[in-house]
Design a protein around this ligand. Structure first.
Ligand SMILES: *[C@@H]1O[C@H](CO)[C@@H](O)[C@H](O)[C@H]1NC(C)=O
Length: 330
């Protein structure tokens, strides 16, 4: 597999909604689409929030210039109660360890030895670590290493299952490792299908459900991450993110504990979801489900922009970040 293609696969797919409604240049100086007002009880008076998304270009060995890391600085510059969140999200790594190293180092997530640098608060990987390149297992192990190092330094690694992780666990391609082995265990324990990352300290830890009954104007100061996309017509969006993540959890459990396990595919026929998968679990893995949806990247700008505020409203977020669909025009 030529590195150059993998490199694009890593770098290109990440930015989606940042780019759907705004050009990348504009995204570099992103204004919130409506002012981030503050809850009356919030200790931060007169705070100005800003989301800074510098465009990230990288030169690889092969001379390809790519974009696609989301680096968001969310801060409150009021001197009184200063806080800052540095969030780096990276998409489809697809078995390419050398370029993953480069990208994470460039984004300030790791130092030159590949260890957690302490320079960011959150590192988010939106799924599809597996397939295409040769370094899949090394990548999972490295991300777990970073998860431990981050935790020791007050940082957080958020990991997501992409459609390729699911395809492998459905087809039992690498059987033991992804079922009862350490990769399967870390998927079950450390990976989710989506996440909601509250950005203001008062809003709770990552994956705090959005509570629509909280009439705080800060309540949407959060970002969502998912591999494919949160489609406007997907019926299991809420409560967000626990509804989707509970479905992911039960489906993964059923897949990892099939008894007897289906014969590996190929050469045997594709086994599909387990016979006891519920309709909601089928929707989770459906074309409009969070793992496969491509509408935010492929629909017309008019269509996507018309639908986006409704999804943000229901999920209690201001930005959606996803991988999955390459955009070679970025
Ligand atoms: C989750 O990640 C941590 C930190 O890397 C690791 O020590 C732990 O074993 C993982 N959990 C599971 C269930 O594998």
């Amino acid at each position: 597999m030529p590195r150059v293609l993998t490199f694009f696969a890593i770098l290109v797919p990440v930015v989606a909604v940042f780019l759907v409604c705004r050009s990348f240049d504009v995204a570099a100086h992103l204004q919130l689409s409506w002012p981030l007002a503050l809850h009356p009880d919030s200790p931060v008076d007169d705070a100005q929030f800003h989301v800074d998304v510098p465009s990230a270009g990288v030169e690889s060995d092969s001379g390809v210039l790519g974009h696609g890391i989301v680096v968001a600085e969310i801060g409150d510059d009021a001197a009184k109660h200063q806080f800052r969140r540095r969030v780096v999200a990276v998409g489809d790594l697809h078995g390419d360890l050398p370029n993953a190293h480069k990208v994470l180092q460039m984004a300030g997530v790791v130092d030159e030895t590949g260890q957690w640098s302490g320079g960011v608060d959150f590192f988010v990987q939106t799924g599809d670590i597996i397939d295409r390149g040769d370094d899949t297992i090394k990548l999972y192990d490295w991300i777990d290493q970073l998860r431990g190092e981050a935790k020791a330094k007050g940082g957080v690694v958020l990991s997501h299952l992409g459609n390729h992780e699911w395809m492998n666990v459905i087809a039992q391609e690498r059987q033991k490792m992804l079922m009862t082995g350490r990769i399967g265990k870390t998927w079950a324990g450390n990976y989710t299908t989506t996440s909601r990352l509250p950005l203001h300290p008062s809003l709770g830890p990552p994956n705090t459900d959005y509570d629509p009954s909280l009439l705080s104007s800060l309540s949407h100061a959060a970002v969502s991450f998912v591999h494919g996309g949160l489609a406007p017509n997907y019926p299991d969006l809420t409560p967000f993110p626990s509804r989707i993540n509970n479905l992911g959890h039960t489906l993964l459990r059923k897949l990892q504990h099939r008894n007897p396990p289906p014969a590996p595919h190929p050469p045997n026929p594709y086994p599909g979801l387990p016979h006891d998968a519920t309709p909601a679990e089928h929707r989770l893995y459906g074309t409009d489900g969070p793992l496969w949806y491509r509408g935010w990247a492929l629909d017309s700008e008019a269509k996507a922009c018309k639908a986006v505020d409704d999804v943000l409203q229901r999920t209690g977020t201001r930005r959606m970040i996803m991988g999955h669909t390459p955009d070679f025009e970025v």
